[in-house]
Design a protein around this ligand. Structure first.
Ligand code: NAP
Length: 261
């Protein structure tokens, strides 16, 4: 890449969509900062990308459910003297079950990781990007963002927040030459479904809605580099998101609830 390194920080790089996003950004010539809790996974990915692309990814181990972690992560990037080009807010998890029955602590932790972390990291890194007039943010939302989701109420609400924040920031920063993109995948086979207890749901069994993490990452990075506000990989998922917006809200949330069954 010559002297002008484009640094991308990817949260949740140890698995699934985050790992594939790291592979695509590496292919596109970015230098990488990889973060998650599982250090061995990050180290193995860094070694793979070093061998394949001749880059030297940095690994940063943080538990982002800790409310103090975002500030510490920001400070760690600053301490390396890195001017971040691209922030990828990907780390997240879901929980399936009834709101009144799911563990309180886990629901609050989900809001911390899915909502507060992208909010805080965006607020920390965006001013520098605006000043340098380059780069932007790729937020991993979900098609869950387009309607309410009975039996995954909090998860759907977190993704609605991410989509709304992304779209607003997209408008605010485009005049500075920056891109903010919300990547909204439908079902993707990753470790997500295990943690969310989704394995037996209708949604996960709907193979025609499912895309690989690699395909989702490719479309996400391509859309981000073109400065798109929203990327929804897959025709069926696009139609679903569109239907949820133009159809009756009651029908959209009823269908989402059925798919979670
Ligand atoms: N899979 C799907 O069907 C799907 C669909 C739409 C949207 N999404 C979204 O895509 C994103 C990535 O999910 P995925 O499917 O790739 O799931 P995944 O395979 O479970 O990956 C989740 C990533 O988040 C990291 N993470 C989880 N808790 C963390 C914590 N406390 N601190 C730091 N990192 C943490 C994990 O790393 P460690 O465990 O090593 O910390 C892992 O790298 C999420 O935002 C998810 O909501 C997924």
């Amino acid at each position: 890449m010559g002297e002008e390194k484009r640094w991308a920080l990817i949260t949740g790089a140890s698995s699934g969509i985050g790992t594939e996003l790291a592979r695509v950004f590496a292919e596109r010539g970015y230098s990488l900062l990889l973060t998650a809790r599982r250090e061995e996974r990050l180290t193995a990915l860094a070694a793979e990308l070093r061998a394949k692309h001749g880059i030297a990814p940095e690994t940063l181990v943080f538990d982002l459910e800790d409310p103090a972690a975002t500030q510490a992560l920001f400070a760690a990037v600053e301490a390396k003297g890195i001017a971040l080009h691209t922030l990828v807010n990907n780390a997240g998890f879901g929980l399936r079950g009834r709101f009144a029955e799911l563990p309180y602590d886990q629901q609050v932790a989900m809001v911390e990781l899915n909502v507060s972390v992208p909010l805080k990291l965006s607020r920390l890194f965006l001013p520098g990007m605006i000043e340098r007039r380059q780069g932007g943010i790729l937020n991993v939302a979900s098609t869950a963002a387009f309607q309410a989701g009975p039996k995954m109420a909090v998860y759907y609400a977190t993704k609605a927040f991410v989509l709304s924040l992304s779209e607003a920031l997209h408008e605010e920063v485009r005049r500075h030459g920056l891109a903010v993109t919300a990547l909204c995948p439908g079902p993707v086979p990753t470790e997500f479904s295990e943690r969310a207890s989704l394995q037996m749901t209708r949604l996960v069994k709907m193979r025609f809605m499912t895309l690989s993490a690699e395909e989702v990452a490719r479309q996400g990075v391509a859309g981000y580099e073109r400065g798109k506000a929203i990327v929804i990989p897959g025709v069926v998922n696009k139609l679903g998101a569109w239907g949820a917006q133009i159809g009756p809200r009651a029908a959209a949330r009823a269908i989402a609830g059925k798919l979670q069954g």
